[in-house]
Design a protein around this ligand. Sequence first.
Ligand code: AMP
Length: 632
Amino acid sequence: MSSVDFASLGISAPVLKAVLQLGYEQPSPVQEASIPILLEGKNLLGTAQTGTGKTAAFALPFLSVLDEKQKSPQILVLTPTRELAIQVAEAFQSYAKHIKGFHVLPIYGGADIGGQLRGLKRGAQVVVGTPGRMLDHLRRRSLDLSNIKGLILDEADEMLRMGFIDDVETILAKTPPECQRALFSATMPPAIKRVADKYLGDAEVVSIQNKTKTVERIAQSHLMVKGHQKMDALTRILDVEQFDGMIIFVRTKSSTLEIAEKLEARGFSSAALNGDLTQTLRERTINRLKKGQLDIVVATDVAARGLDVERISHVINYDVPYDNESYVHRIGRTGRAGREGKAIMFVTQKETRMLRSIERSTRQPISSFNLPSNEEVSGQRIALFKEQLVGMCKSTKLDKFHSLVKEVAAENEIDMVLLAAALAFEAQKERPLFPKMVAIDTPRASAGDRNERKPRERSDRNERPDRNERKDRSDRSQRPDRAPKPPRDKGPTVDGEGNEVAMITYRIEVGRNDDVSPKNIVGAIANEAEIDAQFIGHIKLHDDYSTVDLPEGMPKQLFDHLYKVRVCQKPLKISVDNGTAGEQRNAKPSGGKRDKPSFSKDKPAFKGKPKAHRGADSAPRKPSKRPATDRK
Ligand code: AMP
């Protein structure tokens, strides 16, 4: 990472404000290289993959020159999949938070075209979409490209791989020749180079260098984990790993604070280290880490630059680094002064490519990390508990307690061992010795270098599908309603064994006024919550909200996740319907008027997801080695 900051890159004031509020401390390498080029109005050809910060690399400069008064599309982003379209649209929305009258519209196949038509009619300065659906709108003349000033092809190699390249070219040919163009791709196959030569002319090239570095003495591993389960995974690792000092790397200032706080709440002595700290406070935190008064520091790359603390035995890459350089720098904080070090990197499915790229550049495999099992966590806690008990028997003056216990035993004729067991039970309540933990999904990283959005594969990559097939695939790959239609009948929902599943009516804060359709809702819930579509029951649309029947006993973690999921650009803000609008359908006695769901553990409908919000492992306070007072 360099020492350039966002303010010196020349992005506009409202965009800068949003970026800083998001907690971004410093531009990533691809942003530092791309933003000035795009601000100068030049075309750009960038080699960058997911995880490098490429979305902001094009969104920030284009937003900086946006004319908010002009309502017809000015910026067009082409993405290979629906998921990416939504993600990019959301990123634009967050970076444009302080631009008045800003509208971004994601358009993709499978979703109700009516809503998109209305959205386009209302006006959106930025349109992000998949090629098939964009062409559809062009044919219907609902998408006007005459005022396009910036065009971005995101994940161009994926679009090629999915057979969209002709569609992409057709769209490119329809954009004004003077419009500024940027193409981002993880790889540059000849077909992409050809498109770039034809449509991007003398584009500036940005390629994030992957210098080869070797890292010895550091045992490296990775854990495939879903974003929302990182904290649970981290807690479990902390429970079992024998560490001395630890640095946890995250991307934003806000994450340093959030994670340090959560760790403290769980009994680990931790502090945040980010660029907002004064030099004195930074030094103080580092000194405390050095002296062992603090065990865990949660840091951004900038704040941890040059940090040299011998007792750091572990580095956790909670968020993947932006590039290989940064990875090598991060893990180099451990293994100091000839000591052994351990580095664990959390990787989400879509960041698999980043993992492979780091492996290639460091010329070392990063093996997969086995998350400690329930038994291991339990075993570790029991060992610690025993150690503490024995230590206490040896070193603490227990005279009064000795007589007290004897007295209780005699008065109630209770066996001393039973009494000791009761005391042990009481003592471990906050940090259970036999915890029931959150199930954490740890899918395996794919072996290849492919993007993880699982587009349809062809046996022969060079084989070109015919146009109808392409259109069909385009729609399927983007379709939010791949899941079967929701059951419309009022009959009971049954599971695989034919047992009736108790359903609860939930309320979600999107309705007809948002142009939502039942298939949008099914798609979002089926995709985001991995609830089998058979378990998504009756959906009722109202003007400004909707109700949907879902199985009783949704795990809290899933509920919290669904609360934030966006449909038609609005968060679902799911809640249990209080009965005024919806109904309880073959629900077990549930009171009818509850606002809070009951969270249960073992519901087959939720099998793909964690079974509880915070397992016993995440809740209790470990008797912290030392108090953590450095938290800001
Ligand atoms: P991308 O490679 O565009 O998919 O971005 C990956 C993630 O990095 C997103 O969650 C962004 O919010 C985050 N991100 C991008 N740029 C920065 C930055 N300069 N500082 C912190 N986080 C960033």
